[in-house]
Design a protein around this ligand. Sequence first.
Ligand code: AMP
Length: 529
Amino acid sequence: MSKRVRETGIGIDLGTTYSCVAAWFDQHNRVEIIPNQQGNKTTPSCVAWDGTNILIGEPAMNQISRNSKNTVFDVKRLMGSRFDDSRVQEDIKSWPFEVNEGCGKKPMVVFRHDSQEKKFSPEEISSMILKNLKDAAKAYLGTTVTNAVITVPAYFIDQQRQATKDAGKLAGLNVMRLVSEPTSAAIAYGLDKSTNMNFPKEKTFLIFDMGGGTFDVSLLNISKSGVISVIAVGGDTHLGGEDFDKAMVNYCVQVFNKKEKKDVSKNARALMRLKLACEKAKRDLSSTTHTTIDIDFLHEGIDFSMTFSRAKFEELNANFFNICIKHVENCLSDGNVHKKDVDDVVIVGGSTRIPKVQQMLTEFFDGKPLCRSINADEAVAYGAAVLAANLLSNGNEKVQDLVLLDVTPLSLGIWVEVKDTHEDDMSVVIPRNTPIPTTRERNYNTRYDNQETMVIKVFQGESGKTKENIFLNSFRLYGIPAAPAREQKINVCFNIDANGILIVSAEVKSNGSKNCIKIDKTGTLSNRW
Ligand code: AMP
């Protein structure tokens, strides 16, 4: 009997600054991180247009200071976001590339060369990065690759998750599952631990994941039999290494302007060169207490040179570091876990190499040593590859036994036109940190005599006021039979699948009239590149 050739699935960490792809290798009985065309295990999440070709990854990154207006990075910050979002507007101000408003308030990246123009949605840019990783996997594995698990920050809202799925689809991938980055790191950690030792008891651990653009903290539990349950998640989708780089760049600008009596802050090329130099200096400062930044002809022919100390770096970013610890506190309190009951504190993501971050975290946990047994840059893709193998029934016993119980990161609720509802009262249907998949129902009564329709608006967030939360979508339920106010009952149902994607439906109890929405992608799909 011929042996069925099993398809290999890949795990992709689609990062803000770097991305990474991994796969389970049956021959070696382990996960391998797949190198890109240049032979490196992480690929810059960067796309450029040189007027002729679209460049992806390192080739794009290598020409950034010559062609900064046509080189896009950080696109993850735009995924599933609206152009008029204040954070998007803030980001746009700091980027050298152009972002315009597209259809339905969707942000669009614009490349220009001479009289030519190309516009891409964030999903399209992300899909180019995903396709590049997929092609690297295909070349390495020597087989076609279609099935993938892609990771997203735990704090990604519904539209951001949907946009990530769309990007995968555009890249020709079948996205079997989206999994949150810290959960994925937990799988890597859990598997790593369980293959090397037996769990004597259930373990609670905290994953502190800080990369280039996002910060996630998660509290998880691994049972003796390998069930990984997420207890609570927290963090910030806009906090990471790039904020530290920006603080350093701003400081350098001040130093230069003061010394040279010039203004370098409007010189986009100079700022980009400063950003690259500061990022490198930041990395140096993780292993040394002083470093130098030297840039020839930075602005108007003037060279720039300064010594940067670790102490200055820590002072400039003290506020960000304090916020991180606050998020850890909140996550513990959400999960109802005391810090002394955390067995292991696992750090992942490039920014956790910063000594001050490690020191603050160790101090917060009263001197507990931090776990760094898994490679910070690769852990997330590693876990996603394990999950891909698990979903395709590949891998060894440990992989197949894996059971993952995730939670929803933010509360989901609605505003409905019912009596006594204030214009902006949000009624929570699924509280944050509820295990998913899940289904929750709520019943409402009509508000007016002979009310024929009812508007249902869906929000995500922790405030009791809708205007302080994120509006996801709305729909109208038709076909309510004529009756006095409050007599007709409406059942509203929220269903979240394993990817964290939400479907909201509403039904008139008396006659079964129904309407529903899938919390939608923010724009239409196209395949133009
Ligand atoms: P990741 O998304 O996990 O690859 O993390 C990328 C971020 O980690 C970038 O902002 C890098 O500048 C930062 N990073 C990488 N290595 C170091 C290091 N040695 N010290 C400080 N930050 C680092």
